[in-house]
Design a binder for this molecule. Structure first.
Ligand code: ATP
Ligand code: MG
Length: 476
């Protein structure tokens, strides 16, 4: 390396990539508590954990979410190959890289032929790798890949881990964020399944004492009745087109359901007067929706019907729900879910019923922190202040025994004066300082100082352990 390069190197400052962040102690203790609660609660509903790769093919999401969605069209992180077989342009997929202009033109021409384009797109979807933006498609892929339809149905799975979307970062919205989700695949589409899945999330939030939890519920019908409703909606929207904003005007054609999502103040009055999907469900969907609500009531789950709650994706049907919590400003959705009976088939599997949800763990944690449910600074139970060679040996043994008994112990690696050690113990938020000097070791009586009140007492080794155990039991 040249001297100049070395100098420049010294000035390098690496930072976490935009939209990603480090999670540090003590906050990670809260993340662990949340994840442990998920393992516990979902386990009591007999869900098993599935661990999925963070890398999948582009095709999986292009197929499941659709290439027209924001997630696939704009937000997905594509992984660059060292020697790309295809070039992926932002917002568009193209043919192999060409060095000369005419070869590029040729490729452009080939790409514009529908049959060629389809075949190229297919190859791209199979060979281009992406960071997963969500995990439902992966769970369905795994269900098919491992022949899980042979297992007793339904198969109940949950997952947790990072997801990746290139969105504009802000509070509660990151490019690497974490989801905890669950899916029920196969078997029937009995309303009790929908209700139990929702009951499970609510129980999980309850366990965490999440504040201001609000469950919104809707049914968006099926392939039979939804298209009819969409046409009706489109007709009604066309009547008021002039009063709508540009986004909504465009969506009348592309996806009228999304108009219901609009947050635009000026459109709210108009939207309120639009027909409700609940009044246009087919008989089966209406019965299913009524039964889901009844099942929720039987389970004591409080919900609010929200006819404007829609999911833009085609494979979603019937039950949809969203859960919000307090302290999150406009990014207040902590969980989204719904039924997706066509998805496994869409991905090449057998016709399979499916329902699931995904919780935004980052937002869940933010809400818990806002309402003071976060643990304080990680404390130590015992700080061992030792002086002298013999005391060091005793301290090492004491640390091992205390840790075996489940206490968190700080054992300083080098000798320090007792005064300094006690100061350090204070700073680290230790509950006790165990003082081990020559006297203590030769007498076999150890000094334990309670740092909160400064009181001190001497114990034999077994008594000390017993005393600490009792105190811990009292305080928990
Ligand atoms: P939003 O409308 O807030 O963008 P979404 O509809 O894109 O949410 P889903 O794909 O349904 O969200 O994901 C479920 C949950 O994951 C959301 O309710 C939210 O809590 C969380 N989530 C989604 N995108 C992000 C993100 N970029 N950063 C943090 N959490 C996210
Ligand atoms: Mg989003």
């Amino acid at each position: 390396m040249s001297e100049g390069a070395a100098k420049k190197d010294e000035r390098l400052k690496f930072q976490a990539v935009r939209g990603t962040r480090d999670l540090l102690p003590p906050e990670t203790a809260l993340w662990n508590r949340v994840e442990q609660a998920a393992h516990d609660v979902f386990g009591t509903f007999s869900f098993g954990e599935i661990r999925l790769p963070a890398i999948e093919t582009l095709g999986l999401f292009a197929r499941s979410l659709g290439t027209e969605t924001d997630i696939v069209g704009k937000e997905m992180f594509l992984l660059a190959e060292r020697e790309p077989s295809v070039v992926v342009h932002p917002g568009r997929f193209g043919p192999p890289p060409q060095s000369e202009q005419d070869r590029r033109d040729e490729a452009e021409r080939v790409f514009s032929e529908p049959a060629m384009r389809e075949s190229i797109e297919h190859q791209i979807e199979e060979s281009v790798l992406v960071l997963r933006p969500e995990a439902t498609a992966s769970v369905c892929r795994a269900y098919i890949e491992h022949g899980m339809q042979q297992l007793p149905q339904p198969v109940k799975l949950y997952y947790m881990g990072p997801m990746f979307r290139r969105e504009r970062p802000q509070k509660g919205r990151y490019r690497q964020f974490y989801q905890i989700g669950a899916e029920v695949l196969g078997g029937s589409d009995a309303p009790a399944i929908d209700a139990e899945v929702i009951e499970m999330v609510m129980m999980f939030f309850d366990r965490l004492e999440l504040q201001g939890v609000q469950l919104d519920l809707n049914s968006i019908g099926c392939r039979e009745c939804r298209p009819r409703y969409i046409e009706l909606l489109r007709a009604e929207l066309l009547k008021v087109k002039d009063k709508l904003g540009a986004d909504s005007q465009r969506r009348i054609e592309t996806n009228p359901l999304r108009v219901l999502d609009s947050k635009l103040e000026s459109e709210q009055g108009i939207i309120a007067a639009l027909p409700h999907i609940a009044d246009h469900l087919c008989e089966e969907c209406a019965a299913h929706y009524a039964a889901v609500k009844h099942q929720l009531e039987m389970r004591g789950v409080i919900y609010r019907e929200n006819w404007r709650l829609v999911r833009g994706l085609d494979y979603y049907m019937r039950t949809t729900f969203e859960i919000t919590a307090q302290g999150l400003g406009s990014q207040n959705a902590v969980c989204g879910g719904g039924r997706y009976d066509g998805l496994v088939e869409l991905l090449g599997g057998p016709p399979t019923k499916g329902i699931g949800f995904a919780i935004g763990e980052d937002r869940l944690i933010l809400s818990l922190q806002e309402s003071g449910k976060a643990p304080a600074q990680q404390g130590r139970d015992v700080y061992i202040a030792w002086m002298g060679e013999r005391a060091h040996a005793t301290a090492i043994r004491a640390a091992k025994d205390l840790r075996k008994a489940g206490f968190s112990v700080e054992l300083p690696p080098v000798e320090q004066k007792f005064g300094k050690a006690l100061g350090q113990a204070d700073k680290l938020g230790a509950k006790y300082a165990l003082i081990l000097g020559d006297n203590e070791v030769s007498e076999g009586l150890w000094t334990l100082k309670t740092l909160a009140d400064g009181s001190q007492a001497k114990y034999t080794e077994p008594d000390l352990l017993e005393h600490l155990r009792k105190q811990k039991a009292l305080s928990s």
